[in-house]
Design a protein around this ligand. Structure first.
Ligand SMILES: Cc1cc2nc3c(=O)[nH]c(=O)nc-3n(C[C@H](O)[C@H](O)[C@H](O)COP(=O)(O)O)c2cc1C
Length: 490
């Protein structure tokens, strides 16, 4: 199985697997596409290709990533665990007993492997088959959705926003929604902690405009990479290459030096000007299930639009979970476990359930060996990249399946004495945390739901979990099956 090279290839793959439904009746990008897609997403239904969108020149694809198997297929694997295992291999740097040179030698092949995934520059690209500048470069070309009734306008919801560090030229790609203000300007909703915002700030210090390109489509792996919380020193383009097992093809944008994914459907080219006053963006029906509040953000000016001759518009909607973005988050959860384990080897598994909308709730299972280890783990997690946003971390023992939130809660709630086992602390809040005491600053709660040790001061006996004698249980299940009281095993 190969990672798809572009969105239309992914659409074709999904269609041949029976995981995509084409809709030829006309639909309205104003609310109706959301009203049609939301129930399909909630039911883990197929990807949808709306062939005729009112007023638009192209079809609209949605829910392409909306199941665990489609998320895996988008990255060219049967199961996300395959990529997690590859990442683990890459991170497992054997440190032989020899001196420093021997150690470095063991690291080199791994670094070489990563280097092989550096992006490859091409001269001609499908995403530039049509080049529009001046008045022709108009967002009217795209079926941009107004998703929810109180949204401030139409929003581009699945963009890869590309900027370069003004000092080093190093590219960042982030998924930041864009509110359409008019045919040639949008909001630029990068939160202050994000890569694009850092480039914007630096451009402001240097008194420069910041060139921006926005890719829609391209290899699904590059769309995923845009929302992955990568460490700063791992560029999204290289990570995309790693995911695809081949370099990402990039081409120079027509009106700036930014490199953009050659296989994209559409590229919006332009700039943000740090000297320009911010503009109100939002409200927007967000992935918290609530409208994120209006706030001030930079304005993106579009100077050119390039696209394939026949292009499609990939998009998504967010809202009350679970929705399509849950599966993008799931990929991050699975792929980043080996990274977390390099820092915290006692972590057996972790899970961010849909109802926690990523940053509100994290379950962590640990192999606890010493007093206070649950606190070590929560504090360390709050110090890892975008885990800093986690509002509630619940730590349980290694034998608890954290992929099953009901079970994880049951174990944790049994094992806590709230006054003793709950830790409150403070830290940075996600911009979308509307309950935070201040924007970007909130308190956090850690719950130590592990079994308590004697050397943690717990001297009473700890009871055993109830379990039937295995032989008796197996025989009973056989009898129940015989009586038709249990469904046959799959
Ligand atoms: C569908 C979707 C929409 C998102 N919208 C935004 C957004 O508008 N602003 C933002 O800062 N992050 C948004 N995110 C999260 C970022 O994409 C994510 O934090 C990513 O790691 C940012 O990349 P960066 O670390 O390179 O800045 C969104 C994620 C998804 C899946």
């Amino acid at each position: 199985m190969q990672a798809p090279n572009n969105m239309r290839q992914f659409v074709d793959d999904l269609e041949s697997r029976g995981e995509l439904k084409r809709i030829s009746e006309e639909v309205d990008p104003y609310l109706e596409v959301t009203a049609l897609s939301d129930p399909v997403m909630k039911a883990t239904g197929p990807a949808l290709l709306f062939e005729r969108v009112k007023g638009a020149a192209c079809p609209l694809a949605i829910n392409l990533f909306g199941s665990r198997s489609r998320m895996a297929a988008s990255l060219g694997v049967e199961d996300l665990q395959e990529i997690a295992d590859r990442l683990k291999g890459l991170l497992e740097v054997e440190l032989p007993s020899g001196g420093l040179v021997a150690k470095l030698m063991s690291v080199l092949p791994k670094l070489k492997e990563l280097k092989a995934f550096a992006p490859k520059t091409v001269k001609e690209a499908p995403c530039q088959e049509v080049v529009l500048t001046g008045d022709e470069a108009s967002l009217d070309l795209l079926p941009i959705l107004t998703c929810w009734p109180d949204d401030a306008g139409p929003f581009i919801t699945l963009p890869q926003v590309i900027t370069a560090d003004p000092d080093t030229g190093k590219h960042n790609v982030g998924m930041y929604r864009l509110q359409r203000f008019d045919a040639r300007t949008t909001g630029m909703h990068w939160h202050r902690h994000k890569g694009g915002a850092a480039h914007y700030e630096r451009a402001g210090e240097l008194g420069q405009k910041l060139p921006v390109a926005v890719a829609l489509g391209g290899p699904p792996a590059s769309t995923y990479a845009a929302c992955a919380p990568l460490p700063e020193n791992l560029p999204e383009y290289m990570f995309t290459g790693f995911l695809m097992r081949r370099p990402l093809e990039v081409v120079k944008a027509k009106t700036s030096d930014l490199m953009v994914p050659a296989q994209a459907e559409v590229i919006l080219e332009g700039y943000v000007d740090p000297a320009e006053p911010l503009r109100t963006e939002g409200p927007f029906g967000d992935h918290t299930g609530y409208y994120s509040l209006a706030d001030d953000y930079p304005v993106f000016h579009i100077t050119a639009i390039t696209h394939r001759k026949d292009f499609l518009y990939p998009t998504t909607i967010v809202g009350i979970p679970p929705m399509e973005d849950y599966y993008l988050g799931m990929a991050t959860e699975r792929l980043f476990l080996p990274l977390i384990q390099t820092v915290l080897p006692e972590v057996v598994d972790y899970h961010m359930p849909a109802e926690g909308v990523f940053h509100n709730l994290v379950f962590v299972a640990i192999d606890k060996k010493h007093p206070g280890q649950a606190y070590k783990v929560m504090n360390a997690l709050w110090g890892q990249g975008q885990m800093m946003f986690a509002k509630l971390i619940v730590v349980v023992d290694a034998d608890v399946d954290v992929q099953d939130p009901q079970r994880a809660w049951w174990e944790a709630l049994n094992h806590i004495d709230p006054q003793r086992d709950v830790l409150f602390t403070r830290g940075p809040a996600d911009a979308l945390d509307h309950a935070a005491q201040l924007p970007f600053l909130h308190s956090k709660m850690g719950i130590d739901g592990t079994r308590k040790l004697k050397d943690e001061g717990f001297t009473r006996p700890w009871p055993e979990r109830i379990e039937m004698t295995p032989g008796v249980q197996a025989a009973a299940l056989d009898r129940l099956k015989g009586w038709g009281l249990l469904p046959p095993e799959k």
